[in-house]
Design a binder for this molecule. Sequence first.
Ligand code: XMP
Length: 310
Amino acid sequence: MDYRKFVEDRLSEIKATVGSAIAINALSGGVDSSVVTVLGHRALGNRLKTVFVDNALMRRGEPERVLKTFRDIGVPVESVNAREEFLAALAGLTDPEAKREAITSTFYSKVFSRLVKELGAKFLLHGTILTDIEETVAGIKRQHNILEQLGISTERAYGYAVLEPLKTLRKDDVREVAKVLGLPPGIWQRMPFPGPALAARIVGEVTRERLDVVQAATAIVEEELADCGAFQYLAVLLNDRATGIRNNKREYGHIVVVRCVESRDAREAAVTRLGWERLTRICERITAIPGVNRCLYDLTPKPPATIEYV
Ligand code: XMP
């Protein structure tokens, strides 16, 4: 594939479609939305408004890191604090699709449609990739960013048209495009992170307390596995408790699962054969998180499992 030509074609397409209107896009810091942000800025300059929505579901330090990266490359990004709105929408929900739906509708119907109105945007630039569309259409899982493919008219529902410049690409192609665009390796080398963020890694209800646990476990896993070269590694909080002993007393503690997989484009995945020493160290650190007394390593490939848990 000729990635330079791909970039040129998409720039012309965005310019022609948006014309003199204003477009908006949401940056999460992942490679897909980062590529869309840079493409959009090249095509539209300051007629693209990029927002970073803090939904309370990010990894520790993530909002600060993303904003700094884009400040450093000179692309203006506005940060929007929507933490309370997302937590309120997720309160009491345990069903995976209901949680996804709550995140999607809070994002699009509330936070985003408010921003679109404030900014007068007529277009939304979206980082949908081919795998998102395929898995959603096949009914495997509804990726949070799929709307049109499910017959949802964003123009009627939310008042803007959606442009998806990456919808013919898979993850490895997006990384190549990111390189062509001159994005820093910190962006194109980043491992995938799901749209619903840590809500995809909390089985059951998303609460502040449960988010704290999964954030702490995620930080440990990412630190310990940073050099392992796997496609993706993560920590998941299960919706159950296990009996344990701490300070000679019985406790019902949280159960955290560690997952680490090899894959080319996330459609299939094999489990990484991590060394025992590394696994033991991760287990020790994770069970030192207050309230966590069990740490498991997931040996299931995709299929039959998916990479994320929700
Ligand atoms: P699954 O869990 O479906 O994930 O095997 C495939 C890849 O996509 C990433 N990802 C998402 N997963 N909902 C998801 O369930 C999303 O909205 C989403 N966005 C990205 C996931 O991290 C894995 O790499």
